[in-house]
Design a protein around this ligand. Structure first.
Ligand SMILES: C[S@@+](CC[C@H](N)C(=O)[O-])C[C@H]1O[C@@H](n2cnc3c(N)ncnc32)[C@H](O)[C@@H]1O
Length: 206
């Protein structure tokens, strides 16, 4: 009889503990506080491959227009700076977007920008070296790097789903034929060039 009571008590304790744990997990999930969703404190990783120069907002808008961003797209900005491209994509098109940068200062600025614009539900900012990324989730990739860095990204870009769009501000991708090259001069500014490629990439024949 005593054994039965001990067994019953054990079962009750187990049930209560499971219920408490399930409740805590559900609450954490609801407020976006799961371990995976927590924003990691940015730290020094290594010197960036290119310095920070922001794309003017008029050019950001044009890049997203050239990429024909539409509902359901997932926009990745590789080297996101202050996050203006991903924030604009979320605000203007309501799409999910992820900005990656290696510089801790940029990560802080970009996260602040996301909060200021109230797009936390759509935009994530991650501190990552862009050359370590799996891009398979993205349908639109934006770049403002350097020509040799664009070329270095080709093996990763080739893994994008067919029909994905890549837009680059000012710099081409040697060996890959663009679908469009647009020259754009916002009022009172210099001329900017926007390159568009669509996957599968069209390689130049040697
Ligand atoms: C020219 S800025 C472009 C910023 C933003 N995409 C825009 O167009 O406004 C390039 C950014 O790439 C970042 N960057 C450079 N090398 C990187 C790397 N290996 N991984 C991630 N970010 C990098 C820099 O910190 C910088 O913020």
């Amino acid at each position: 009889m005593k054994r039965l009571w001990i067994l019953l008590l054990g079962a009750c304790l187990l049930a209560v503990t499971s219920a408490v744990l399930a409740f805590e997990a559900a609450t954490a999930e609801k407020s976006g506080q799961t371990a995976a969703a927590k924003e990691e404190e940015p730290k020094f990783i290594r010197t960036p491959d290119v310095i920070y120069v922001p794309t003017p907002y008029e050019v950001v808008e044009k890049m997203l227009e050239v990429a024909q961003v539409k509902k359901g797209d997932v926009v990745y900005d590789l080297g996101c700076g202050d996050g203006r491209i991903v924030v604009t994509a979320a605000k203007k098109y309501g799409v999910r977007a992820v900005g990656f940068d290696i510089d801790p200062e940029r990560i802080k600025e970009a996260r602040e920008n996301v909060r200021k614009n109230g797009v936390e539900d759509l935009v994530r900012i991650e501190q990552k070296d862009i050359f370590t990324l799996d891009l398979s989730e993205a349908t639109v990739v934006t770049l403002y790097l350097l020509p040799q860095l664009n070329v270095k990204l080709i093996p990763q870009l080739e893994k994008l789903k067919p029909g994905s769009r890549i837009v680059s501000h000012d710099f081409d991708m040697d060996g890959v034929i663009p679908d469009k090259v647009i020259h754009f001069k916002p009022k009172g500014q210099r001329e900017h060039t926007i390159y568009l490629w669509t996957t599968p990439l069209k390689k130049e024949k040697n």
